[in-house]
Design a protein around this ligand. Sequence first.
Ligand code: 0WD
Length: 254
Amino acid sequence: MGILQGKKAVIFGVANEKSIAWAVAEAFKREGAELAFTYANETVAKRVIPLAESIGSTLILPCDVRSDDEVRDTFARIGEAWGGIDCLVHSIAFANREELKGSFLNTSREGFAMALDISAYSLIALVKEAMPLMKEGGSVMAMTYYGGQKVFPNYNVMGVAKAALEMSVRYLAETVGPEGVRVNAISAGPIKTLASAGVGGFNQIAGHVAEKAPLRRNITQEEVAGAALYLASDLSRGVTGEVHFVDCGYNIIG
Ligand code: 0WD
């Protein structure tokens, strides 16, 4: 029997088959979970719907996390279909491409607000709506990056958003802990995806990690999914408010 047998998980942030969220979904499915997916817009829907259907999901809903109404509707529909959920995966980030390169001083007020809204505030909005569906406790996880703790070239406003996301994980963990809901983050090393392709100098960063990380290589989506399985399952039932690095050990070096 799989370690997520009987559990229901909602996954935000599949954009294509390279997405971290997709590897998480495949691992959850393998371990027996039932899955719901969301997509931000019609362009993404064209890729997400066939992928989700390919692993037997029938709950595939539109949800742009900037909209409180869409977030509310999404959880209302999940509540109608399932009655409750056990796990919520937040694998979402966005910033203007031109603000993910060059000087941090070029961060605009609008760009800052949007990056923080989509990449950090959304976790609070999702957990708020998920709570009434997590009556028997649950596990929430978000994806973060070391650029939220240390300064990396070009990561700029996304680094600020990840710092906000990681602190939101801690405040949320404290807030929902009494209800038996755990909130953690996975800090993944660089992986080539749609999101990371938007960060200036991605190849140099990945190359540096491969040279300096204790394991002398970069990570894979499947390795993040392994940590996600642990966080979703009862194996981690005593763990909350943590930022768990899946980065071949890079964070102990630089
Ligand atoms: O190196 C990497 N790839 C790392 C990624 C290292 C460490 C952390 N992460 C994080 C990212 O910052 C993000 O939080 O992992 C998470 C997932 O990123 P990913 O798998 O690398 O990227 P991708 O496959 O592009 O998925 C992110 C998705 C969006 O994709 P697009 O490419 O369409 O922007 O986030 C979703 C969307 O599906 N997204 C939204 N979802 C709902 N509402 C929104 C929105 N407004 N905006 C973006």
